[in-house]
Design a protein around this ligand. Structure first.
Ligand code: C2O
Ligand code: CU
Length: 507
């Protein structure tokens, strides 16, 4: 394969991947409609975002975040990283549905950054995607995000620049439902992560190595071609029967629950018989987890904020960017909550501990029996009646293919990486169907900003796992004008091009 020197593309500017697209082979792998950068809109700065203000009677939640370099103790390993303040995850933000959030971000990082409010149906100007909705927040600058959070649910936030999500730059966001009956005694927010930063490599190093290793000599067929299946043991993670194919691209030394390694886990203390609502968030960059609470069955109640027909499971898969709420009635004793990384054979697992009584703490490598039983796939949940989109025939159908390969390390949508592919276009008021096909041998969590979509079953989500070669139609109501990112929530794939734009047009 020829070596092509490629000038820094708009994608690299948008996603902050300094120089990575200069790697060999990228241009040679593009197939089909390679459009000009002009289709991507102006390259001029976007300018200041108009501020918004709360209306009379609207609740106001104000917070200040400082993104900065820091050193964190993960419960043994001490790592230099980038964080919101000095914890990982960053401090939980809690509000009520309908509240107005005013959150200022001060950027003390040695890089540009932004914040994206993952899963929220917010106004476009607050969505936090440099190049689409705002200019990146420069080093030393501040930016104030102002928006109404319309829908209750479990969310999180993270930068939308480069691979910064794979640092400590993430935190949970819970929007409470003022009309919910409640019915549980306590709540536990459980944030899962795969960790590499400060262990001798940064996420930028990891991406550079993926691109370098994919460059040149081992062409596996280019975009639309297969993925190298040889590199990982698919029997790992206790989930050999899962349909996810390959295990991900990155080898992580640690997996975390709420910022802790399993040798020094977080402890959740409660009384036997109490009903606890778990809000489980997968903030990992490259890892699908299988979650189980030893000695218990969990009743899944919501996904990505939307209520579902309650479903009791022993264990379930959670993809990057997905959220599941579960209710569990606690037994008496000490129990491990384990998140086993799918298919990854090094780095152990993520674990936290629930304690309601006497007992010795579980070992870091404990494997609850539930992991060996049936593992539920979240997209098979059924929607609660209240979460269904009204029946309607789509006004328009668009095709979306997920493409790419490891060698070269190039990912794309509709035949080309972001910046080279055409935006998906929609008109306000349309019911849009997006017919998605995963053309690769790897699983991708597809995420849409600013909207939620319905699967054929009616299940409402904003992030959904597509197994290798899976095809899935998603429907959405185009009710939020703007320019919205659509991308794989494997952050290395997104940064390597697996992203496009959903753009509202006049007619
Ligand atoms: Cu959490 Cu554009 O994503
Ligand atoms: Cu992907």
């Amino acid at each position: 394969m020829g070596v092509t020197v490629h000038r820094l593309s708009r994608r690299a500017i948008l996603l902050g991947g300094a120089g990575l697209v200069g790697s060999a082979g990228l241009a040679a792998t593009l197939t089909g409609c390679s459009t000009t950068d002009a289709t991507h809109g102006s390259t001029h700065p976007i300018g200041p975002v108009p501020s918004a203000s709360p209306s009379a009677g609207q609740g106001l939640v104000q917070k200040s975040l400082v993104a900065r370099e820091t050193t964190l103790d993960l419960g043994g390993p001490t790592v230099a990283t980038w964080a919101y303040g000095d914890t990982v995850p960053g401090a939980l933000i809690r509000a009520k549905a309908g509240d107005f959030l005013r959150i200022s971000l001060e950027n003390k990082l040695p890089a540009d950054t932004s914040i994206h409010w993952h899963g929220l149906r917010l106004r476009n100007a607050a969505d936090g995607v440099p190049g689409l909705t705002q200019d990146a927040v420069k080093q030393g600058d501040r930016f104030v995000y102002e928006f109404t959070a319309p829908d209750p649910g479990t969310y999180f936030f993270h930068p939308h620049v480069g691979v910064q999500l794979d640092r400590a730059l993430y935190a949970p966001l819970v929007i409470e439902d003022p009309n919910e009956p409640g019915g549980h005694d306590d709540e536990w927010v459980v944030v899962l992560d795969d960790w590499v930063d400060g262990t001798g490599r940064t996420p930028d190093d990891v991406l550079k190595k993926l691109v370098d290793d994919g460059g040149g000599s081992h062409d596996m067929g280019g975009m639309g071609g297969g993925h190298d299946m040889g590199g990982h043991d698919m029997g790992g993670g206790g989930t050999a029967m899962a349909p996810w194919g390959d295990a991900g691209d990155v080898t992580y030394p640690h997996f975390l629950v709420n910022g802790r390694v399993p040798a020094a886990p977080e402890r959740f203390t409660a009384k036997p018989g109490q009903k606890v609502r778990l809000r489980i968030i997968n903030a990992a960059s490259d890892t699908i987890f299988t979650v189980a609470l030893g000695g218990h069955r969990m009743t899944l109640t919501h996904t990505d904020g939307h209520p579902v027909v309650p479903r009791e499971v022993g264990a379930f898969h959670i993809g990057m960017g997905e959220r599941y709420d579960a209710v569990v009635t606690l037994a008496d004793g000490v129990f491990p909550l384990v998140a086993a990384p799918f298919g990854k054979t090094s780095g152990g697992q993520a674990m936290a501990v629930v304690r309601t009584g006497a007992g010795s703490p579980p070992a870091a490598d404990v494997r609850p029996a539930e992991l060996s039983g049936e593992v539920f796939i979240g997209s098979q949940l059924l929607p609660a009646e209240s979460a269904k989109l009204p029946d309607r025939v789509p006004d328009a159908t668009l095709q979306l293919s997920l493409d790419g390969s490891m060698k070269p390390y190039v990912w794309g949508m509709n035949g080309a990486p972001f910046g080279k592919n055409d935006p998906l276009t929609v008109q306000q008021g349309q019911r849009l169907r997006i017919d998605v096909t995963n053309q690769t041998m790897m699983t991708h969590p597809l995420h849409l900003h600013g909207h939620t979509f319905a699967l054929p079953s009616g299940l409402r989500k904003d992030t959904v796992l597509l197994a290798p070669m899976q095809r899935l139609a998603i429907d959405l109501d185009a009710d939020n004008v703007g320019r919205w990112a659509v991308h794989c929530h494997n952050i290395y794939h997104a940064e390597a091009g697996m992203m496009t734009e959903l753009r509202y047009t006049e007619s």
